[in-house]
Ligand binder design. Structure first.
Ligand code: IPE
Ligand code: IPE
Ligand code: MG
Length: 235
């Protein structure tokens, strides 16, 4: 890692839990459980590598379409994860945030999320963000509504709206834009993830299924990132 330029913000679309389980003739939920363990490990690896912001897409606004059994299993995993996360966050000095419409989650999950954010808000280590009930279009519509409320309340003037104003209404207002986006499992699409924020992000796709993703794979993604020439519209 010595000579590598480490991206400040890495975002990951973790995908392939179901296919990982299927390959092993196991129920999909076993894949999700394994995927959740991979998330825990990758936070530590990212921290070791000097990554300051790590964001993972864990549940989309479209994932409610899945069979009720699977949605329930995912919510249970999330509940368990949030519990251990509070302890981990303080042990590892990690600041945790959740983006997405948490009002769509059950009351107890909302409560746990607020507790976790509150308990870790003064931590100064890695910024770990989980996208839950997150959809980029939904995020932009919510931002637009909040902005309109401020205009109606005369706290904001239409002529003062800039890209930065809009950014400040998004769930990600406290985060820099991702430098590197990783998607596992061979799919090469955004599936409604961070459409605004990824405008100049480098994309890395790998066939590795999320439960098999590890530090070595993360390092490969960063090596790929180091080979890119980021021009941001310049020459
Ligand atoms: C990613 O794995 C986890 C979530 C979207 C919740 P998938 O569940 O999408 O796994 P595949 O794509 O079916 O293999
Ligand atoms: C994207 O994965 C959403 C998350 C990783 C949470 P999906 O597996 O839901 O995406 P599609 O349906 O293949 O586009
Ligand atoms: Mg998938």
């Amino acid at each position: 890692m010595e000579n590598l330029n480490v991206p400040q913000h890495v975002a990951i679309i973790l995908d392939g839990n179901g296919r990982w389980a299927k390959k092993k003739h196991l129920p999909r939920n076993v894949g999700h459980a394994q995927g959740s363990k991979t998330v825990e490990k990758i936070i530590e690896d990212a921290n070791d590598m000097g990554i300051k912001y790590l964001t993972v897409y864990a549940f989309s606004t479209e994932n409610w379409k899945r069979p009720q059994d699977e949605v329930n299993a995912l919510m249970k995993l999330l509940r368990d994860y949030l519990k251990i996360c509070i302890k981990r966050a303080n042990k590892n000095n990690m600041k945790v945030r959740v983006i997405g419409d948490i009002s769509g989650l059950s009351e107890d999950l909302q409560q746990k999320i607020l507790e976790l954010e509150e308990a870790s808000k003064n931590n100064t280590g890695i910024n770990f963000t989980i996208a839950l009930n997150y959809g980029s279009r939904d995020e932009m519509v919510r931002a637009m509504k909040a902005m309109t409320d401020d205009i109606e309340a005369r706290n904001l003037k239409k002529e003062d709206i800039t890209e930065d104003t809009f950014k400040n209404y998004l769930d990600t207002k406290e985060l820099p834009d991702p430098d590197l986006l990783i998607r596992t499992s061979g799919e090469e699409r955004l599936s409604n993830f961070m459409l605004w924020q990824l405008a100049y992000t480098e994309f890395y796709f790998t066939d590795v299924l999320w439960p098999d993703f590890n530090k070595k794979e993360l390092k490969k993604a960063i090596e790929y990132y180091n080979g890119r020439d980021r021009r941001f519209g310049g020459i």
